[in-house]
Design a protein around this ligand. Structure first.
Ligand code: BG6
Ligand code: MG
Length: 226
C-alpha cells in the first residue's frame, strides 16, 4: 500500500482562534481610532501576522513607521496570548480527537502546517501537541500561504510524496497552497468559499474511516457543475 500522510491547518480547523485574533486586532484598531469589524477579520484568516497588520492598517487608512509596526506586532501578540494561555481541551473543535484516533488506528501519520508562530503553544494548551509527527508553523517557513512551502515541508517531515498527502484547511489561501503542492485539498467550512478544494465538509465530525480512504484515493477531477 502507498505511504500516506495528513497535514492539518490549525486555526479554524482544530481550534477556533479567529475570535481571539479578532479581539486582539480590534483592540489595536480601537487604539488607533477606527472600526474593525468581524467582516474585516475574515480577510485575515490564513494570513501571516505581518500581512494581517498591513491589511488592518490599510482598512484604517493608517500610515506608520516600520518601527511602530514592529511595536504593534508585539503588542497585538501579547494581547492574543492573554486569550491563548487560558485555552484548554474544551476548545478543540468537534471531531478533532476522533479523527486523530482514526488516523492512529490506520497507522497514518500527521503533521501540522500552520501560518501561526503560536502553533506549538496552542497545541500544548489543548493537549494534543505530542500526537503530531511534526510541527511546521510560522517559525519554519519563509513564504506564507498560498505559497505551498509550509505543506511541502510537512510532506518531507512525513516522508510522504506530496500527491499522497491530504490537507485539511479552512482558508482559501491554504486550499490554493495545497493544490499548488499537488496534495489532496479538503475544505473545512463554507463550501462556496472553499470551492477550489477537492473535497468539502462542514466540520471534522464528518470524517470517518471510509471518508479517509476516499480522500487517499487522490485528487478529485473537478465535476462539471450543473
Ligand atoms: C493563521 C491564522 O493560522 O495564523 C491567521 O489564520 C494568523 O489569522 C496567522 O494571522 C498568524 O498567527 P500568529 O499566531 O503567528 O499571530
Ligand atoms: Mg486556518
Amino acid at each position: 500500500m502507498k505511504k500516506t500522510g495528513v497535514i492539518f491547518d490549525l486555526d479554524g480547523v482544530i481550534v477556533d482562534t479567529a475570535k481571539y485574533h479578532f479581539l486582539a486586532w480590534k483592540n489595536l484598531a480601537d487604539g488607533l481610532g477606527f472600526e474593525f469589524t468581524e467582516q474585516h477579520n475574515e480577510l485575515l484568516k490564513g494570513v501571516s501576522r505581518v500581512r494581517s497588520l498591513e491589511i488592518l492598517l490599510d482598512i484604517g487608512n493608517v500610515n506608520i513607521s516600520e518601527e511602530k509596526k514592529q511595536e504593534f506586532l508585539i503588542s497585538k501578540n501579547e494581547e492574543y496570548l492573554k486569550f491563548i494561555t487560558k485555552m484548554d481541551a474544551s476548545e478543540l473543535l468537534p471531531g478533532t480527537e476522533k479523527l486523530l484516533d482514526i488516523l492512529d488506528d490506520l497507522g497514518v501519520k500527521y503533521v501540522l502546517g500552520s501560518a501561526s508562530k503560536n502553533a506549538p503553544l496552542i497545541l500544548k494548551q489543548v493537549g494534543i501537541y505530542d500526537r503530531f509527527a511534526g510541527i511546521v508553523d510560522g517559525n519554519s517557513v519563509s513564504k506564507a500561504k498560498p505559497d505551498p512551502e509550509v505543506f511541502l515541508i510537512g510532506a518531507q517531515r512525513l516522508g510522504v510524496k506530496p500527491e499522497n498527502c491530504v490537507v485539511f484547511e479552512d482558508a482559501i489561501a491554504g486550499i490554493e497552497a495545497a493544490n499548488t503542492a499537488q496534495m489532496v485539498s479538503v475544505g473545512i467550512g463554507d463550501k462556496d468559499t472553499l470551492n477550489e478544494a477537492d473535497f468539502n465538509f462542514e466540520s471534522l465530525t464528518e470524517i470517518n474511516t471510509d471518508v479517509i480512504k476516499t480522500l487517499f484515493s487522490g485528487k478529485k477531477k473537478k465535476e462539471q457543475s450543473a
